[in-house]
Write a protein that binds this ligand. Structure first.
Ligand code: SF4
Ligand code: SF4
Length: 425
């Protein structure tokens, strides 16, 4: 499908031969992972197609937007406030990479001993296989981990300072950072952020979060009509596709999920223990742990990650009508994100407890990307809290490569046996 866009990809400097290799690798792992799903909703077709469109049709849309004079920025992490970018008519394009194919290409500039998310993203840029490399007017990163901070310095990106604590003075710093971001996007596009436009983008992004919440609500049911792998794909697509098209795709999925519930249709062929995936995100291209878990007979019914609940849990307060009030409301919403970069990160513990209750979780799989020290160390706090609740947990520290898949499956299968024996007792 992506071949249709080869002329465009070539024009924007993509190395077509390497890009074919990247897409072949990703498609192979997408096919393998989703072939393991017992009973997928028909409406997932849009999300499967969006995986390919992210390197084809979506690229053409962004290209067209820029040809018409529009501005766009690459963004890292879920701290960059999309509401403000959109209100300044700047299109945000999240750039986090999820493919193992590109990680070695990052060696040109970065050490191997850093998180695969960073290596994958920059590997795509350095191998000229990222179609968005030339389709942006700037890149905005944040200070959530040391590897990213230092990478932004090397690459001379704009940086938003995410505080590391959650006191009042940290909130003030973050609100100032959000205001500086507003000025940055206004300078880029020459479009002032005015209350009417900001109000509209707040509502739009809140609606997006609400449809994601609605889809995830179905996962609370005893027989979830959507699998964890499919819910992950929805979250991954949320980060790339046109907002309105994405929400239409979600509405179609929600309608089908309602019908499935009425007809008693489950996404799973057999009953299995219900697990929560907690920890680091799984951007598009990375389905490994979800595949290993669900193909081992467990049901992933919630994701406590930035490609899960952490992305859509909190809405922006729509009450303020004045510009300053709206900016504060946006800043406060993003300040609630419970990334492991915060010290202490007590909110996260409370959030995990709440998910366990709401989603009737039998066990927790902590999925930590290699070299992500924040989540890896914090895993001990989560593990201790879970032990106190009597909830078994399994910690997986892994990268994007599929080399350890069989090893992971052995560990996950014994975890499933443990959960099954507890459920049977
Ligand atoms: S885990 Fe933290 S750093 Fe990573 S995407 Fe989420 S908020 Fe950003
Ligand atoms: S997963 Fe951890 S190490 Fe990797 S980019 Fe996110 S915060 Fe940094």
């Amino acid at each position: 499908m992506e071949h249709t866009y080869n002329d465009l990809l070539k024009e924007i400097g993509v190395d077509l031969a390497l890009h074919d290799q990247l897409m072949e690798y990703n498609t192979r792992h997408h096919t393998m992972s989703y072939a393991s799903c017992a009973n997928r909703p028909a409406a997932m077709r849009y999300f499967d197609e969006s995986f390919h469109a992210s390197h084809g049709e979506r690229v053409a849309e962004v290209y067209g937007y820029r040809k018409r004079g529009g501005k766009s920025i690459g963004t890292f992490c879920i701290y960059v406030p999309d509401e403000i970018a959109l209100a300044a008519e700047v299109l945000p394009i999240p750039l986090c990479g999820g493919s193992h194919w590109s990680v070695d290409y990052a060696d040109k500039m970065f050490p191997r001993e850093i998180c695969p998310l960073i290596r994958s993203t920059f590997g795509m840029a350095f191998s000229n296989t990222c179609p968005y490399k030339k389709l942006k007017d700037g890149v905005v990163g944040e200070t959530t981990c040391d590897a990213k901070k230092k990478a932004w310095d090397l690459l001379k990106f704009e940086v938003m300072e995410v505080p590391q604590k959650k006191n009042e003075r940290d909130r003030d710093l973050w609100r100032a950072e959000v205001r500086a971001f507003k000025e940055y996007v206004e300078r880029l596009s020459g479009v002032r952020v005015i209350p009417e436009r900001l109000k509209a983008s707040i509502r739009l992004l809140n609606r997006k979060r609400q449809v994601l919440q609605d889809i995830n609500t179905f996962r609370k049911l005893p027989n979830p009509p959507i699998s964890g792998l499919d819910a992950l794909l929805v979250s991954q697509v949320a980060l790339n596709q046109d907002l309105n098209a994405f929400m239409d795709g979600c509405e179609r999925l929600i309608e089908e999920l309602h019908r499935r519930v009425e007809d008693g249709v489950s996404a799973y062929a057999m009953e299995g223990p219900r697990v929560l995936i907690a920890g680091t995100p799984s951007p598009m291209g990375n389905w490994k742990v979800h595949y290993a878990v669900e193909s081992s007979g467990l049901q992933i019914v919630a994701d406590e990650t930035c490609t899960g609940i952490r992305y859509f849990r909190d809405l922006v307060d729509e009450a303020p009508d004045d510009l300053e009030g709206m900016i504060d409301a946006i800043a406060d919403r993003y300040f609630k994100i419970d990334c492991s970069c915060f010290s202490p990160n007590t909110e996260r513990i409370e959030h995990v407890k709440k998910i366990i209750e709401e989603y009737a979780i039998d066990g927790v799989v902590q999925n930590i990307l290699s070299f992500c020290h924040g989540y890896n160390v914090e895993a001990k706090v989560i593990e201790d809290m879970l032990a106190g609740l009597g909830i078994p947990s399994l910690k997986i520290v892994t990268d994007y490569s599929y080399e350890d898949l069989e090893q992971l499956k052995v560990r996950i299968e014994s975890f499933r046996e443990l959960l099954n024996s507890r459920n049977a007792a």
